[in-house]
Ligand binder design. Structure first.
Ligand SMILES: NC(=O)c1ccc[n+]([C@@H]2O[C@H](COP(=O)([O-])OP(=O)(O)OC[C@H]3O[C@@H](n4cnc5c(N)ncnc54)[C@H](O)[C@@H]3O)[C@@H](O)[C@H]2O)c1
Length: 317
């Protein structure tokens, strides 16, 4: 029998697609989706759903016991741009939810944990190009500090208590099924919607800001494949670098213009520019490729066609 999975923060940009993909794989009733709010119609109709607060240990423990859960994917968090506005709330949510799940695993109530980290763990003193797996990490955002601390705790719980926790440093993720939730790379999703709706877009990052990015399908495949890897292959227990494509707003606009020649982009950088400037422009993910066979599939052209088609279908634009 498939082990039962709990997804916390299932209604977000990643959680929605992860829930649908896991239900497809292991059966709808084996994946319990949970969040503090209801999600899209697709998600709500696809299987069991529970309202639960990731910062409330008792609520999460109850779900685990009631549904006989073996694996938890913790996707609830406050993202980079929002956490700069609400630093203490961001820190509390990001850290307390992680401790609750790690402690459930330490107590033997669950067997396996997925917790996402981010390229935000890096900072201005990190090598910007081909950022190595192990390098200087001095994050300058609340979000980055919480992710770096989280990585240290994951590794600690693995070394000290044998907790089987697995993690990926996601780059900016691009998808059309669910809107992004307050990150610095959200421009790379908004631009497609605006290109189709209005034929123009004002980017909050400047023209030449290169950042690592990935299409959601690749991110979901990576996540499931890391969770399925035999334990001995998962050598990094803090979080794996993961990479697919790197581009600037200018390059992305040019890729869209191949489909919509009249599309126009302009630039009005805001507070998110400083966050983006502190992050790497490309990532060396050779350890993920070597340890558990990671390969990306979507390049800029393939992703752009998929995004434009997907948005037309979902939003009827
Ligand atoms: N999307 C990206 O580009 C990206 C990149 C790097 C890392 N990540 C990480 O991946 C994870 C998921 O990101 P996302 O983009 O899906 O975020 P999101 O903001 O789209 O979704 C987060 C979900 O968590 C829920 N949530 C918030 N507070 C909660 C609480 N107290 N209890 C239960 N649920 C709560 C929200 O309602 C939301 O549905 C986060 O840890 C994020 O830091 C995302």
């Amino acid at each position: 029998m498939a082990s039962k999975i709990l997804i916390i923060g299932a209604c977000g940009q990643i959680g929605t697609e992860l829930t649908l993909a896991l239900r497809e794989k292991v059966g709808r009733d084996n994946v319990i989706a949970s969040d503090i709010r209801e999600g899209s119609e697709d998600l709500m109709n696809s299987g069991p759903f529970e309202i639960a607060d990731a910062t409330n240990y008792n609520q999460i423990e109850d779900l685990v016991i009631q549904h006989d859960i073996e694996e938890v994917y913790l996707m609830a968090a406050m993202l980079s741009a929002t956490a700069e506005k609400f630093p203490m709330k961001g820190w509390d949510l990001n850290m307390s939810s992680l401790f609750h799940v790690l402690n459930l695993a330490k107590e033997g109530k669950i067997k396996k944990v997925f917790w996402p980290s981010s390229i935000a763990v890096f900072g201005p003193t990190t090598p910007k190009h081909d950022t190595p797996q192990t390098t200087v990490m001095e994050p300058t955002t609340v979000y980055g500090i919480s992710k770096q601390a989280g990585e240290r705790w994951c590794e600690y719980y693995f070394n000290k208590f044998g907790v089987d926790v697995r993690s990926i440093r996601y780059p900016g993720l691009i998808s059309y099924k669910t809107l992004p939730g307050g990150g610095t790379t959200d421009y790379a999703v908004e631009i497609y919607h605006e290109a189709l709706k209005n034929g123009k877009y004002t980017s909050f990052l400047n023209k030449d800001t290169e950042l690592p990015m990935m299409f959601m399908d690749d991110a979901i495949r990576a996540t499931i494949s890391l969770m399925e890897a035999p334990s001995e292959k998962v050598k990094v227990r803090s979080s794996y670098n993961l990479s697919a494509l790197n581009f600037t707003p200018d390059t992305l606009a040019k890729a869209i213009q191949k489909h919509i020649p009249e599309f126009e982009i302009s630039y009005a950088p805001d507070f998110r520019q400083a966050i983006a400037d502190s992050w790497p422009s490309s990532i060396d993910d050779s350890e993920a490729r070597k340890d558990w066979g990671w390969r990306h599939d979507f390049d800029l052209e393939k992703m752009t066609s998929e995004m434009l088609e997907g948005i037309k279908e979902v939003y009827h634009v």
